[in-house]
Design a protein around this ligand. Structure first.
Ligand code: RIB
Ligand code: CA
Length: 312
């Protein structure tokens, strides 16, 4: 079966790492590049973490360094979730690859220019690299098939009462992406807080018996600490956010979604970083986003489990 060409932009990050293992292990994608964003940790750390995951799974996918900070704001990191190194918990192999010489934005431009087919972008961190690319290379916008993001949310935030981390870190970048006219799939907190991994799911990954299953389990062991302490409403589960952006591309039937108009607040005193989702189409504006709000949790975890089983 033909593999879907994609570029992944991520800030590994525990859930970004599992997303990468799903994308690689599923063997359904022609991953042209991995670009790294600053978010969960600094750019230096997310870049090294992406390279460590490549070493873990034995993938030879080019990795490109992205922006060190948001377009106009200072960087906010999530070390309180992901730890000092950004993927604390498991011991991982040192990188065997070096970052490529091109920047993330230059790489996206070169790949889209050379490609005869459109390419799907999958950002699962702040949208700084994607926005910068859209601003710098507007003529290449038509080479983007879709942008499938983890970010945002309609009914809740995790950085403010209404803003989700990836959008909040760089709201101006998010507004550029959502206003670009490129079709967007938005896997926000509405769905990712149902994409929960519990202890029994973690043990299932550990029982696979390969190194990747062990690493997923140890990543989730660490990732669960924050959720069990700070999100008791999730019943002991951890929100496995980022793999949703890939899983929706693999099997959208696992999800519930609605085409909506979505814009991003960038100046609100209380609401900066909020994705404003017009769920009932009260503004009568053309939809720009496939807003994803529910998931078959078992089916989702089976997708990841089956992919991780195929890895070293
Ligand atoms: O709000 C959750 C998002 O922020 C996820 O992408 C997580 O990795 C962090 O980047
Ligand atoms: Ca992320």
């Amino acid at each position: 079966m033909k593999k879907r060409p994609i570029i992944i932009d991520c800030d590994p990050g525990h859930d970004d790492a599992v997303m990468l293992m799903l994308a690689i292990g599923s063997d359904l994608f022609d991953i042209k590049a991995i670009t790294t964003s600053a978010g969960n940790q600094t750019q230096a750390k997310t870049l090294k973490n992406a390279l460590k995951i490549m070493a873990l799974v034995g993938a030879d996918i080019p990795v490109y360094k992205g922006a060190d900070k948001p377009l106009f704001r200072e960087l906010i990191i999530a070390d309180y979730v992901h730890g000092e190194m950004g993927m604390d918990g498991p011991s991982l192999p040192e990188p065997t690859l070096q970052p490529e010489p091109l920047s993330a934005v230059e790489a996206i431009a070169a790949i889209l220019t050379e490609s005869e087919e459109t390419i799907t972008l999958v950002p699962t961190g702040p949208l700084t690299n994607i926005a910068t690319f859209l601003l710098a290379y507007p003529h290449l916008k038509d080479k983007i098939e879709r942008i499938s993001i983890m970010g945002g949310g309609a009914f809740r935030g995790n950085m403010t009462p209404t803003a989700e981390f990836n959008i909040y870190v760089d709201p101006e970048a998010a507004a550029i992406v959502f206003g670009s006219g490129v079709p967007i799939t938005m896997c926000g907190l509405d769905v990712t807080h149902k994409a929960l991994v519990f202890q029994e799911d973690i043990e299932r990954f550990r029982s696979i018996g390969n190194q990747s299953g062990k690493v997923v389990a140890e990543l989730m062991d660490f990732f669960s600490i924050f959720y069990r302490q700070e999100r008791p409403e999730l019943g002991g589960g951890a929100a496995l956010h980022d793999p949703c952006a890939i899983a929706w591309l693999i099997d959208p039937s696992l999800f519930e979604s609605r085409s909506c108009f979505v814009d991003v607040e960038t100046i609100g005193k209380l609401t900066t970083g909020t994705t404003v989702v017009d769920f009932f189409n009260v503004l009568k504006k053309a939809p720009n986003v496939e807003f994803v709000y529910d998931v078959d949790r078992e089916g989702y975890l089976n997708l990841i489990y089956d992919a991780v089983k195929k890895l070293p």
